[in-house]
Design a protein around this ligand. Sequence first.
Ligand SMILES: NC(=O)C1=CN([C@@H]2O[C@H](COP(=O)(O)OP(=O)(O)OC[C@H]3O[C@@H](n4cnc5c(N)ncnc54)[C@H](OP(=O)(O)O)[C@@H]3O)[C@@H](O)[C@H]2O)C=CC1
Ligand SMILES: O=C(CO)COP(=O)(O)O
Length: 333
Amino acid sequence: MTRCAVMGTGSWGTAFAMILADAGCEVVLWGRRKELVDAIDRDHVNPDYLPDLRLPESIRATTDPAEALAGADFAVLSVPSQTLRDNLARWAPLLGPQTVLVSLMKGIELGTAKRMSEVVQEVAGVGPERVVVVSGPNLAGEIANRQPAATVVACTDEAVAKRFQTACHTPYFRPYTNTDVIGCELGGAVKNVIGLAVGMANGMGLGDNTKATLITRGLAETTRLGLALGADAHTFAGLAGMGDLVATCSSPLSRNNTFGTNLGRGMTLAETIAATSQTAEGVKSCESVLDLARRNGVDMPIVEAVVDVVHNGRPTQEVLKGLMARSAKPERR
Ligand SMILES: NC(=O)C1=CN([C@@H]2O[C@H](COP(=O)(O)OP(=O)(O)OC[C@H]3O[C@@H](n4cnc5c(N)ncnc54)[C@H](OP(=O)(O)O)[C@@H]3O)[C@@H](O)[C@H]2O)C=CC1
Ligand SMILES: O=C(CO)COP(=O)(O)O
């Protein structure tokens, strides 16, 4: 039986543990808070993140990373991106020699501008063939209801991607493989930033033309960055690109979209942060995505606009005016 450790008892870690258990894997969830872990282990419910979901009884939970990772075929990493490096440094000595690390995270590291799979390789000291990325239109709240969804399982080694595809394939969750890890990760990280922008437009009372423009031009700048980094343009037309962008930008379940909506409605950054209990990766990753773009000479005006609002305190109206006043240019260049 395939054994999976899921590191993180947040909304996606918990929903993904359910997927793996439903697909027939033996699953141990690791969480850092004893009271939450005890509730999952005893009551088969995660009251803090997905209180309406009754988890499969086969899922065990622990606060001991060694217990979670012992004998794991796959270590599925689901903590906020900016905490991965420190967490993984503690977990790396506990990994088996064959354990494949799976990133569910959609962020870029601040300071280094590294993708999560790069951080994993560096900290765990493993090659790219031991790192899998899962990314797609996968709002945890919908998956927890076992609503049909698809995703992308990416690894440079297609055989490894296929192994994890089998491990997480259920009647309601359909994983496709891809060997373009860079494209899949960028799709996941940048869509959060575009989700913030679309949320802002929503909060400002703007309509579907504005939102469709931000989505489409957002995808154009994501693709530009991806091509500069060696990704395959086709990935951005797929589930990890367009698919996730559409889900995030249209759903009130998206934390990034909701965060942007609150800012667009005129809440201050401090008020918006106080109103957000879960991880909205784009809030931090907008800065690291912009950093990555600048390091590679790529123009990302929407990402820059989001940074201006979120981190430089510029009013949304003024930033939007600035985007519209950019010089006229051909759609493709
Ligand atoms: N939710 C979703 O729909 C989806 C999320 N993702 C991605 O999955 C990743 C995880 O997000 P998600 O589960 O949604 O986030 P949540 O905010 O729901 O949960 C965060 C989890 O990380 C834990 N955590 C927070 N800070 C630390 C830390 N410093 N060290 C260790 N653990 C910590 C939290 O523990 P505690 O409860 O103790 O604070 C909690 O278990 C993100 O990168 C996100 O973009 C991808 C697809 C879908
Ligand atoms: O990544 C997600 C859906 O695919 C979840 O989006 P949020 O993090 O914005 O909630």
